[in-house]
Every structure is written in C-alpha cells, then in structure tokens.
Design a binder for this molecule. Sequence first.
Ligand SMILES: Cc1ncc(COP(=O)(O)O)c(C=O)c1O
Length: 391
Amino acid sequence: MMNYENMLSDRAKIIKPSGIRKFFDLASQMDDVISLGVGEPDFTTPWTIREAAIYSIEKGKTFYTANRGLLELRKEICDYYQRRFHVSYDPETECIVTVGGSEGIDIATRALINPGDEMIVLDPGYVAYTPSVELSGGIPVSITLRHEDQFKLTPELLKAAITPKTKVLLMNYPSNPTGGFMTKEDYEKIVPIIKESGIIVISDEIYAELSYEDEFCSIASFDEIKDQCIVISGFSKAFAMTGWRLGYVLCNPIISKAMLKIHQYIIMSAPTAPQYGAIEGLRRCEDEVLMMRDSYLTRRNFCVKAFNDMGLETFKPQGAFYVFPCIKSTGLTSDEFCEQLLNDQKVACVPGTAFGKAGEGFIRVSYAYSIEELKIATEKIKIFVDKLKNK
Ligand SMILES: Cc1ncc(COP(=O)(O)O)c(C=O)c1O
C-alpha cells in the first residue's frame, strides 16, 4: 500500500483540524446533548429571500453569472454598505460576490501574501485565519488580546507586532469568539499606525449588523486608510443564510482585480439562485435583520447575567452572538472544563483554546439559540460549576 501521508503537501500537513469540529465529533457520539457550540443563527432565512431564489430557479436562471457576481447584486451590496456603514465602493471594479466570507478570507490572503510575509492575526480569533495564512506560505504572527481590554486591538499591541516583514493585519470586529467590539474611538487610535506602516487590513465585518449598544464602525470608513482596507462580509449571519454560501469582498480596484483572477479559477462565480435571493434580502429585509438582532440582544443579556450569577466572570459583548465566560476560577483548563461539562451535564460549549492560545481560561458560548434552550443549558452549567466549587 502506498504511503499517502508522504504524498501530501507540506502546507496541507501543517494546518490543524478545527478545534470546534474535534469537540463536536465527541458530542455527536452522545445522546440528548444540548449544544451552545455552533456559530449559526437559529432563524430560517427570511421568506422574501427564499421566494426570490425559488422564483429565479422557476424562471430558469440556472446559469453562471459574471465572475464578479450579478451586477444588480453588486449594486445593491455597494448601496447597502454606503447606506448602513458609510463607505462607498464601485460595483463594477471594487466588489466581488464570493462563496461566503470564507472564500473572501482565502482569496484576499492569497492575493497578498508571498512566502515569508508576515500576517498579523488576533488571538483569540476565528478558526480559519491562521490556516489561511499558512496555506499561502505566509507566517502568522499572533497578537495576544487581553480580557481586561475586552479583547480590543490596542495601539500598543499593534505597534509591538509590526515588523518590516508585516504585510497584512487580519481583524474581525464584532469578534468571533469573544464578542469584542471596536468603536470609532477605538479605531481612531490605531488608524495612524496603519497609515504610517502601510500595511493592508483585511477587516472581517461579517457580524457588522449584529452590533448592540454602539453603532458599528467599519475601519474602511476612515478615508486616510480606505484604500489599504479589504472588507470581507456576507449574508450568513445577519440574514440567516449560512447554507446559501454567499458573501462579498470590497476593496480598491487593483487588489480586487487580483482577487478576481483567483476567484475565477477556483470558483468561477458564486451560486446563482442565492444571488437572486440576496438582492431581495438587501432591498426588503432590513426590518427582519433588525428583528433578529433585537432577539440576539435579549439572549445576550440573559447569558451575561446567567454566567456572572454562577460566578463565571463574563463581560458584556457589544456584538456578534457569542459570550466568552472566564472559567479560570474553577481551576480547570478550557479543554477540561468543556469535556467534563459534556460528560457530566451533556452541554456542549467550545474551549477558548480552539481560537488560539489566548483563549485558555475561557469558553465560547453561542447564544444563537432559543431562550428556552439557553435557560436549560445555563441551569445545567450552574449545577456543574456548583459541584466543582463544593469538591
Ligand atoms: C468571523 C467569521 N468570519 C467568517 C465566517 C465565515 O462565514 P461564511 O458562512 O460567510 O463563509 C464566520 C463563520 O462562522 C465567522 O465567524
């Protein structure tokens, strides 16, 4: 038998399987597990969107679209970003419709990174970022974010991480997994550093619409660095469209053209029916997006209180749909906590370490679940935590 391990590329070998998957493989072998693990809305996609996609299929619109995506959709996306987040892009040259934000992260990284280039990623951070840098042959450089800063990127941390080899900063606010948030004032402190160093910022803004107390601010809204920014976003989270696989990338025409070359060879064009659905989503579903956001807000408030009441310190996240309780007081590691909680109470959360070393001492809890489920799950977690205290 041939040794197929030897056939694999070094890059395929170097990337690690996702820590989230690893844990859910464990959970899937048990019955009656309550999961607070998945980062996916519990809402079904708004009907208007589903109807428009079905209608497009009925009409026989089953062909490839332009590589960049339907121009009608790109116009809606650019209008939407301007209307909601005050950044303007040209639909003809600065917008690509992608297969989720996931593809956007990949093609942005590949369009920019040469072997040996450094790309700054934030720790804790979304699981796909480091592998994406590694697959491009780049060197991921982690910034360890701090709980006491509510996991914001501070000017001190950014300055210390930039070297002559730094090419890109990849950031994501509102953040998965921490729920951390950057206000306009927070950005004002790091924008001069970005301008002066000339690095490119890939800003994953996929949770932009799920912002609570403060208004969402896109880093690309700072004119002085707008051309240095690549905005990644999509429909999965705010429009409850995870399975449709639709996202987009907004950036200056030169980088956009390079990304388009990669996109046209690996994807050709994003799926057609979802594009028709998304046009209607952007035109007619803003109220529904707001309704979902308000529902997440109620659940956030419930979770923050529940975890703090049981003695697990949890700051109030200003966006996305995750809380990031600190479990250091239990004396367990994140992995131990999640494994024991799963075995003892059949509740699945994700160890903070699935998102980087700095996630040690934390667990990620998704609150994209009904209040009833959240109540049952947090009661069970309380029983587990109380048992630990009395040991
Ligand atoms: C921060 C972040 N970026 C990107 C994605 C990928 O989303 P999409 O479904 O658009 O590929 C996710 C999904 O969990 C995410 O949390």
